[in-house]
Write a protein that binds this ligand. Structure first.
Ligand SMILES: [Zn+2]
Length: 248
């Protein structure tokens, strides 16, 4: 059995048997990996802290035939704030699940790791959670090769004014090209501007971005539709997010 060291963020946990836990890590150097943390649900387990959801840690793993085993783990950053606050937890769960569903195992991307880390940090630092989600979604799409075209019509290349957003075609459609996708979503120019700004903004800027309520809702509608079109199955964390909104 080969031993390897990696650093990563826990994006999913599942209980196994009485005291074990299977965790999914998004690691900096290996992409998504899964490992079993034996006994980690016992109160005195050395693995308990570092195998909690959202934790960023260093892991020493044995690669097994079907499943890797976590032999040692230490916390780099607990991100406890994301577990102790229901609103932050709902938003972090969405980010973690979306990343988990969007990538195949062991396809490393340092940029995706950085995106995950910066998104969790922004939530932890009380940046507006809705903005963090929209920022994460757009950057995730860019990194996966689905950067939406927001300047020109994807049909004819003209500078698109009075355009609609086509989820299927991946960008704006001018009125003349609308027959390519009659389901394209009507969006206001201000919403498109916000999408452009979110794609350019570093995470540190998310605290000062304040789209209007209309634009926030439109950003969510477009972002969610764009993501859903490319996902194999619906996200479970959406129900959690919706229930949080009912509380607010
Ligand atoms: Zn056109």
């Amino acid at each position: 059995m080969a031993l390897y060291k990696t650093e990563g963020i826990v994006v999913r946990t599942r209980n196994l048997g009485e005291a074990d836990r299977i965790i999914t890590l998004y690691t900096r150097d290996r992409g998504k990996v899964e490992g079993v943390a034996r006994g980690s649900r016992r109160a005195r387990s050395r693995l308990m802290g570092a195998t909690q959801l959202f934790t960023y840690g260093n892991y020493l793993m044995y690669s097994g035939r079907s499943l890797d085993t976590i032999s040692q783990a230490e916390i780099q950053e607990s991100f406890a704030g994301l577990r102790n606050d229901l609103i932050k937890m709902a938003h972090a769960s969405y980010i973690a699940e979306l990343l988990d569903l969007s990538v195949e195992p062991e396809e490393p991307s340092e940029d995706l790791f950085a995106l995950l880390y910066e998104s969790f940090t922004a939530l932890d630092q009380d940046k507006p959670p809705e903005i963090v989600l929209r920022w994460f979604e757009l950057h995730l799409m860019v990194l996966l090769g689905y950067q939406p075209e927001l300047r020109h019509c994807v049909g004819c290349g003209s500078v698109a004014s009075e355009a609609r957003f086509s989820v299927r075609e991946g960008g704006l459609l001018c009125p003349r090209c609308l027959s390519k996708d009659p389901t394209a979503i009507a969006v206001r120019p201000s919403t498109i501007q916000w999408m452009k700004q979110l794609m350019l903004a570093p995470a540190q800027r998310l605290g000062v971005m304040r789209p209007s309520l209309d634009d926030s809702q439109a950003l969510e509608t477009v972002g969610r539709a764009y993501i859903d079109y490319r996902l194999a199955r619906p996200l479970k964390s959406l129900d959690f997010l919706a229930s949080i909104k009912d509380l607010a």
